[in-house]
Design a protein around this ligand. Structure first.
Ligand SMILES: [Zn+2]
Length: 403
């Protein structure tokens, strides 16, 4: 094995552990045999640091992720509702708190006081800057790492990596791959993304279709993109997935008092353990199951549990019953388990004349080029994330007050 950047042979001394998703974003999956320690440091400096800064509003609001020095918290821009006039203003936010109102200043109105910012404003969304080089670099690096982690030969994706060398020393590393933002094209995906309660996770799906090798990346269950790793793929058919929870798992054991067989079965299902009619032992099994709860989840199991046919029929946005039936049939098998060969790879197309399916990355890429509005969906996802983070912050604040 050689370092993918400088080409140096990897041995016990210079081999380094590389996080597939950046450690600073809470990524837990590690991989060796990607790069040497020297290049790893360079990548961190040139790519990871800038990339992770984009997500600082999230990182500073999540207690589970290692925090940087409080005074060093970066500020970010967002939108907030001023409760007094009901209007929406652009604001500067630091550590989950509004510190300035940009629009108020611009219109020569007053500066609000700290208490006014605290009591009279409600943060609606953070603005994440995704239109820059750092974002593309960081995202493509995740896709490349995940492909290598799954033994995709480096020759197949080497084109995406740009290494600048001077006197045999690596000076700069960057990535370049086509990136396509995701929006749901059917009611089941729309429901899963916007209709369920938010749970923060990172999700990766590496898949091939015909000559395409693609990595779907979902960070914080909000930032969703396809990275096209190759359009000359000639290897075997590929499908790998990874899903990891981000927020701290609560390992406290709730009080359960199952009184009948039905209760036991519900609990057994909930904790994914065998039903046991010996209550004392059954409660012990529950305790063990909670202690063993892992951050890493089987994607299909985890997501299937978040949807069911009954829930799907409640989808509010679509009035098109035929389409709902069609997408649930397309994505779920008889046991309501997601079909992995379809999920986030294809979308059914409801059309009277032709019954065709769409290849997600290519179809979205065409829509994007045609100027189709992706912002509306992204805004909804940002809003969902922001309100979840706000809830988190107020919870932490209340805990501090209690103590
Ligand atoms: Zn190297």
């Amino acid at each position: 094995m050689n370092c993918i950047y400088c080409g140096e042979q990897l041995n016990e001394e210079n081999n380094s552990k590389e996080h597939v998703i950046q450690n600073a974003l809470g990524g837990l999956l590690e991989s060796t045999n990607i790069c040497c320690d020297k290049c790893n440091n360079l990548v961190e400096k040139h790519i990871d640091n800038e990339f992770c800064k984009i997500f600082s509003p999230i990182l500073t609001s999540l207690p589970s992720i290692k925090k940087t020095n409080k005074s060093a918290l970066p500020t970010c821009i967002g939108q907030a509702k001023y409760k007094v006039d009901g209007e929406i203003y652009r604001v500067t936010i630091k550590g989950g708190k509004i510190v300035d109102c940009i629009d108020a200043k611009r219109e020569h109105r007053k500066n609000f006081t700290k208490n006014e910012y605290k009591d009279d404003f409600e943060i609606l969304t953070y603005n994440f800057d995704l239109e820059n080089e750092s974002f593309r670099n960081g995202l493509t690096k995740i896709a490349v790492n995940y492909a290598l982690h799954n033994n995709i030969p480096i020759e197949q994706i080497k084109k995406l990596i740009k290494v600048q060398q001077q006197d045999k020393e690596v000076k700069n590393i960057s990535f370049n791959a086509p990136i396509v933002p995701f929006i749901p094209l059917n009611s089941l995906d729309a429901f899963l993304e916007l209709g369920t309660t938010i749970e923060l996770y990172h999700n990766l799906i590496l898949f091939s279709y015909k000559n395409f090798l693609v990595c779907f990346i979902d960070l914080f269950n909000t930032f969703q993109h396809y990275v096209i790793l190759s359009n000359e793929w000639s290897g075997k058919s590929i499908h790998h997935s990874y899903l990891q929870l981000i927020e701290k798992i609560d390992r406290s054991v709730p009080m359960h008092k199952p009184t009948d067989i039905k209760d036991i079965h519900i609990l057994a299902n909930m904790y994914n353990i065998e039903p046991n009619y010996d209550i004392e032992n059954f409660l012990k099994d529950i305790k063990i199951a909670i202690q063993k709860k892992s951050y890493e989840k089987d994607m299909i199991n985890y997501l299937s549990n978040r949807i069911s046919r009954r829930d799907c029929s409640k989808i509010i946005d679509t009035q098109n019953f035929k389409e709902i039936v069609m997408s649930t049939r397309f994505y779920l098998d008889e046991d309501d388990v997601l079909i992995k060969e379809h999920y986030k790879i294809f979308s059914p197309l409801l059309c009277e004349s032709t019954k065709s399916i769409l290849f997600y990355p290519v179809c979205l890429s065409k829509l994007f080029d045609r100027g189709y509005d992706f912002k509306q969906y992204t805004f909804k996802k940002f809003k969902r994330l922001t309100s979840h983070l706000n809830e988190n912050l107020s919870k932490t604040a209340n805990n501090h007050n209690d103590g």
